[in-house]
Design a protein around this ligand. Structure first.
Ligand SMILES: NC(=O)c1ccc[n+]([C@@H]2O[C@H](COP(=O)([O-])OP(=O)(O)OC[C@H]3O[C@@H](n4cnc5c(N)ncnc54)[C@H](OP(=O)(O)O)[C@@H]3O)[C@@H](O)[C@H]2O)c1
Length: 276
């Protein structure tokens, strides 16, 4: 088999590199997860995004082992769930996650949500810093953090996350947060980059896709990667999984970018992180 094209890597502030497109594993049932993650790897993905919440860390770990690729060629992300906030709780949750993965180390570990009502995310962050310092995880970051949550962990620990994984798509382009990230050197990673597929029927996108001879999903993902965003689309068929990686061989023009910018509505598919 010829080697499929791989996604480029982007550099994180800690010097490590992350493949710009990853395979998102939320709602990938455990029974299918090893097969689908292996399919993604065969099709050229080198990055898997899972979480304790998703119930498929063990299956993601099995895919890494069964792929036959050297471990350092694959990038695996997981996240500590809301119930495990707190210093000791997070260290224990990490140990449990690594037992499920059956891998020696993780590439990126994130705080899944800040859960401000529990007000424990600073201690959770201190635990991630320790795991990184001990070399048990390559990079550490957060997810669903607003700028004020980011500022607080930086102020209280002196350590900035290298990634903030947030809901981001043309309806919710997160302009202010992205500008904040750029000032600090935090990479923006988009979850639900296709707004859970809901964006794909948008009549504005169809003519753009037709003009480039691409699918609507590819147009949206090309919009993301052109801005330097890391994307982790989830798909369930080999055709879609392959399509979602093939987004580097064409470029949107200024007219396309302006039409996509006009879709901004502020609509979220998930919760506002401050509501928890
Ligand atoms: N940190 C967080 O709080 C958080 C929250 C949500 C998600 N995430 C991460 O982000 C990943 C992606 O987000 P998501 O799964 O919510 O949404 P998404 O990737 O925006 O959209 C997935 C949906 O789009 C469909 N789809 C994917 N590719 C397609 C294509 N080429 N053509 C047509 N339809 C396509 C999929 O259908 P099929 O599956 O039927 O193919 C699925 O219904 C997750 O898997 C997870 O890893 C993180």
């Amino acid at each position: 088999m010829t080697q499929p094209p791989l996604a480029p890597h982007v550099r994180l502030a800690d010097g490590r590199a992350i493949p710009q497109v990853g395979y998102g594993m939320y709602k990938v049932p455990a029974a299918d997860a090893t097969r689908l993650a292996l399919t993604a790897i065969e099709l050229g993905y080198r990055h898997l995004d899972t979480a304790a919440l998703y119930g498929n860390e063990a299956e993601a770990g099995a895919a890494v082992r069964e792929s036959g690729l050297p471990r350092e060629e694959l990038f695996v992300t997981s996240k500590v769930w809301n119930d495990d906030h707190g210093y000791d709780e997070t260290l224990a949750a990490f140990d449990a996650a690594m037992e499920r993965f059956a891998l020696d180390r993780l590439d990126l570990f994130l705080i899944h949500w800040p859960v401000p009502s529990h007000d424990r995310y600073v201690d959770t962050w201190r635990a991630l810093v320790r795991l990184r310092d001990e070399g048990r995880v390559g990079s550490i970051g957060v997810s669903n953090f607003h700028a004020h949550h980011l500022q607080r962990i930086i102020d209280e620990t002196g350590v900035a996350p290298v990634v903030n994984q947030v809901e981001l798509h043309p309806w919710l382009p997160q302009r202010e947060l992205r500008a904040f990230h750029e000032r600090i050197g935090i990479r923006t990673e988009a979850w639900s980059p296709l707004a859970r597929g809901r964006l794909l029927g948008d009549p504005v996108l169809e003519p753009i896709a037709a003009k480039h001879g691409r699918s609507v999903a590819q147009v949206v993902l090309a919009w993301h990667v052109a801005q330097g965003t890391i994307v982790i689309p989830k798909a369930s068929s080999p055709e879609r999984i392959a399509e979602n990686l093939d987004v580097f061989s064409f470029r949107l023009d200024d007219e396309d970018v302006a039409a996509i910018a006009a879709l901004e509505s502020g609509e979220r598919t998930g919760r506002d992180p401050d509501d928890d």
